[in-house]
Design a binder for this molecule. Sequence first.
Ligand code: NAD
Length: 448
Amino acid sequence: METTEKLIISNARTYFLNGNTVTYEFRKKQLGNLKQMLKNNEENIFQALKKDLNKSKHEALVTELGFLYSEIDFAIKNLRNWMEPKKVSSPITHKGSSSYIMNQPYGVALIISPWNYPLQLALAPAIGAIAAGNCVIIKPSELAAETSSLIATMVEEYFDSSFFTVIEGGKEEVEELLKHRLDYIFFTGSSKVGRIIMKAASEHLTPITLELGGKSPAIVDEDANVVLAAKRIVWGKFTNAGQTCVAPDYVYVHEKVKFKFLKAAKRYIRAFYSKSNEYTKIINEKNFDRLVSFLTNGDIIHGGNYDRDALMIEPTILDKITWNDPVMQEEIFGPILPVLTFSNLDDPLYQIKTKESPLALYYFGEDNQTQQQVIEYVPFGGGSINDTLYHLANPHLPFGGVGTSGMGTYHGKYSFETFSHQKSILKQTTKFDLPFRYPKGKISNSVV
Ligand code: NAD
């Protein structure tokens, strides 16, 4: 019996193979549709994000909708140029020929997304997949059920279902989808599930991108602008209640500036997040209980209150933390900031280098040479100097992890490239035929 998943993939492949997605006009129109779909549903989107995560309108606008609008605008503006075949030079041995690279869509792209930015992380990869000329299937996270259902309804209303469709559900639906041949898989989620996806993709040799997580450090050096560092780390950490893949997971502070840093950090937490009814909640009981268990680690020097009925945890700072504490054994993904102290920068750098490569790293300090030393010698996906999170909102920068924090990149042009096969074409002349490649023989080297 044909499953729904099999039928959807086969409809999409037929639609693709019939050449429907090839032209610039088609892709531009679909990107416009996507923007219109979001614009016309803003209120529904705010409501769904409020129900799933208690996200405030401000956060929903900045981190979900606003991000999508700029990615769509950027793609529409640059699409024609991205689609142009790129001419490259040919060596002298290829005299008479011209060479170029064409970006070819893969076909049917599957996007599997997590719950923490349930709209943005489902649709941002879709912008690249559509721009590149693929048919798209999204499997949003079942844990953000309201947003998942809204995405399904909106996409059904605005797109031809053979071109772009949504399959709701969880593990079982993903397993069923992965039994069949897909032409590209774009997965955002945990490293644990990333391994499952990669294994399944290998059955059909389907190319993949894995956008995963990890423990992203922030380092505050003794020459940093400490108060600004505290402000930017507090914002990066506690936005979305710490449920951000690139949130600073923990902070390493130079002992000489620790007191000043902590004082400023507490002040900014109070200034930014004192309205608890506007603060993002923890996605479910399982994560809530996991996070609360960390509150016995070290000393709570700010926050520490929680409400299980509302799934709320107050922005919390833990001092006197060591690498042996449970909070340092896994990605926290919640509003708890452990603080470690150093006196020699080599110590944190050694610790970070010898552990799994983080998705992001944030270094706060003024000395150019030290900044260079940190970014050159420590492996991590991407990051910022003297800031947090902002690197991912620049469409000119590729976004992605390395090692266990992921493989492949997207955003801006990199999304288009991710969902395109770079096809090499050599166009040869028939006006003459240089002889040196052929074995020496009696046949004339003339063209005929
Ligand atoms: P997750 O891996 O549990 O789930 C992600 C997706 O996989 C969901 O759609 C889910 O339905 C599906 N899934 C879950 N278990 C599965 C299984 N056994 N087989 C097949 N599919 C399965 O991740 P999550 O809890 O939704 O998200 C949190 C994680 O995602 C964190 O580790 C975070 O760092 C990471 N993340 C990374 C990025 C990034 O851009 N790199 C962004 C957001 C979140």
